[in-house]
Design a protein around this ligand. Structure first.
Ligand code: RFL
Length: 390
C-alpha cells in the first residue's frame, strides 16, 4: 500500500493552505477533492481576507496576484436610520484588510501546489477513511488505498471527516434570520464595504472588483430563492442601504442564492490521527466575514503541530491543536454573533422584535461615539495575530 505522511480531504482554503505549507517544508502529502478543478475555482463564497491571512500569503510567496488584483481596505461603513458611521480600522488598530474573492485564493493555491509537484486528485467521489483508531489511518479513494500518518479533514461542513470521528459533542444553533446573497455585474457604488440595518433588517454591499459586486439582504430562515425576483432583491437593497445623497447602481444579476445562518462548533477537533480543519469543525454566521480566515488559521496550526512532531518528536502541538484552534473560533463566534444581532431584525411577528431593534440602535449609537467600542470592533474585524509562527 502506498503511504503519504499527510492525507488531506478537501481542496478548499483549509486543505490547500495545509498542502502548500507541507509541500514547502518537504513533508509529503496528498489532497483529494470531490469536485472538478473548474468547479472549485468558480465557487463564489468569501471575499475578505484578514490581515494575518494576507501576511501569511506574503511570507509564503503566495501573494503575487492577491497584491496585484486585491483591494486593500482601511475602513468600513455601518448605516442605520439614515446615519453613516465610518470605522477606520487602519487608524484604530494600524492594520488593513484585503478584498480578494475566495475562488481566486483557491485558484492561486491550486496553481502553486501543482506547480511545486503536489499530488492533487479532483473528482474523487468515493473518499473514505478507515482505521481512525490506528496509528496509520487509511484513505481509500478512486480505487486505491493510501496509509497516512495523519489525515486532515478539510472537507467542509458536509464532508465525510466529521462523521468519521464518531459521535461528537457540538454546539449547533440556527439563527432567526438568513441572507439572500447576490452577485451582480455592476461596479461598486461605494469605496468600502457597507453594512446597514435598514427598516427590514440587514442589507450589505460588499466589493469584489471594478465590474462585479456582491450584495446581501436579510430574509427569513428557510426562505427559498424562488421567492426573490431580481427586482425584489434590488428594491430591498435600495431600501436597506438608502442614505441621503447616495445612489446604488444596479446591474444584471450573475448569481443569487440563500445563505443559511448557522453557528456550529465541535467540542474536539481531533480523534487520534484524524484532525478536522475549517468548516468541517466550525461554522460562523458570515456577517463578520470570518469562515475562510478561520479555516486558514486551523491549517497553519495543524501544519506547525505536524512539523514539530516529525522534526522533534514533540507531540505538544498535536495535543494542543483543538484547544488552540477553538480558542480563536469561540472569540470569532462571539464577534460574529455580536455583529449579526446588531445588524439584523427579528421576524415581523416576533414578540421581541421592537426590543431587539431598540437595542441594535443603542449599540450603533454607542459605536458612533465611542473610540473604545470602535477599537473593539476593529481588533476583531481585522483579525488577531496567528497563534503560531508560519
Ligand atoms: P470548503 O471551502 O467548504 O472546502 C471543502 C472542500 O472539501 C470538498 N469536499 C470533499 N472532497 C473529497 N471528498 C469528500 N467527501 C468531500 N466533501 C467535501 C469540497 O468540495 C470543498 O472543495 O471548506 P474550508 O476549506 O474549511 O473553507 C471554509 C470557507 O470556504 C468558508 O468558511 C467561507 O466561505 C465562509 N465565508 C466567508 N469567510 C470569510 O473568511 N470571509 C468572507 O467574506 C466570507 N463570506 C462565506 C462568505 C460563506 C458564505 N457561504 C456560501 C456559506 C459568504 C458566504 C455567502
Amino acid at each position: 500500500m502506498r503511504h503519504s505522511t499527510v492525507g488531506i480531504i478537501g481542496a478548499g482554503p483549509a486543505g490547500l493552505v495545509l498542502g502548500n505549507l507541507l509541500l514547502g517544508a518537504g513533508i509529503d502529502c496528498v489532497i483529494i477533492e470531490r469536485q472538478s478543478r473548474e468547479y472549485c475555482q468558480k465557487r463564489v463564497r468569501a471575499g475578505l481576507l484578514e490581515e494575518p491571512t494576507v501576511s501569511l500569503f506574503r511570507r509564503q510567496g503566495w501573494a503575487d496576484r492577491l497584491l496585484a488584483q486585491g483591494l486593500e481596505h482601511n475602513g468600513t461603513e455601518l448605516r442605520y436610520l439614515g446615519r453613516r458611521i465610518r470605522l477606520d480600522y487602519g487608524q484604530l488598530v494600524g492594520r488593513t484588510m484585503h478584498v480578494y474573492p475566495q475562488q481566486e485564493v483557491v485558484t492561486d493555491l491550486i496553481e502553486i501546489f501543482l506547480a511545486k509537484g503536489g499530488e492533487l486528485h479532483f473528482e474523487v467521489d468515493d473518499a473514505a477513511i478507515y482505521g481512525v483508531d490506528c496509528d496509520r489511518p487509511t484513505l481509500r479513494f478512486a480505487g486505491q488505498e493510501r496509509s497516512c500518518d495523519f489525515v486532515a479533514g478539510c472537507d467542509g461542513f458536509f464532508g465525510i471527516s466529521r462523521p468519521a470521528l464518531g459521535p461528537v459533542d457540538a454546539w449547533d444553533r440556527h439563527h432567526e434570520f438568513g441572507w439572500v446573497a447576490m452577485l451582480a455585474a455592476v461596479g461598486p457604488s461605494t469605496d468600502e464595504i457597507v453594512y446597514a440595518l435598514g427598516p427590514d433588517g440587514f442589507a450589505g454591499h460588499m466589493l469584489r472588483s471594478s465590474t462585479v459586486s456582491r450584495f446581501y439582504v436579510q430574509c427569513p430562515p428557510g426562505d427559498v430563492i424562488e421567492s426573490w425576483s431580481d427586482d425584489r432583491i434590488w428594491s430591498a437593497l435600495q431600501n436597506g442601504l438608502a442614505s441621503p445623497g447616495w445612489t446604488l447602481a444596479e446591474g444584471p444579476v450573475i448569481e443569487k442564492s440563500i445563505v443559511d445562518m448557522r453557528s456550529y462548533v465541535v467540542a474536539d477537533m481531533r480523534r487520534n490521527r484524524l484532525f478536522l480543519a475549517g468548516d468541517s469543525a466550525h461554522i460562523v454566521p458570515p456577517v463578520g466575514a470570518k469562515g475562510m480566515n478561520l479555516a486558514i488559521v486551523d491549517a497553519c496550526v495543524l501544519f506547525d503541530a505536524v512539523r514539530r512532531f516529525l522534526s522533534l518528536g514533540d507531540e505538544t502541538g498535536l495535543d494542543a491543536y483543538s484547544s488552540t484552534c477553538l480558542e480563536r473560533v469561540w472569540r470569532i463566534q462571539d464577534f460574529s454573533m455580536w455583529m449579526a444581532w446588531m445588524l439584523h431584525t427579528l421576524p415581523e411577528a416576533h414578540p421581541d422584535r421592537s426590543y431587539s431593534l431598540a437595542r441594535s440602535h443603542a449599540q450603533l449609537r454607542y459605536l458612533e461615539r465611542s473610540r473604545a467600542y470602535q477599537t473593539q470592533f476593529a481588533e476583531n474585524y481585522v483579525g488577531f495575530p496567528m497563534p503560531v509562527t508560519v
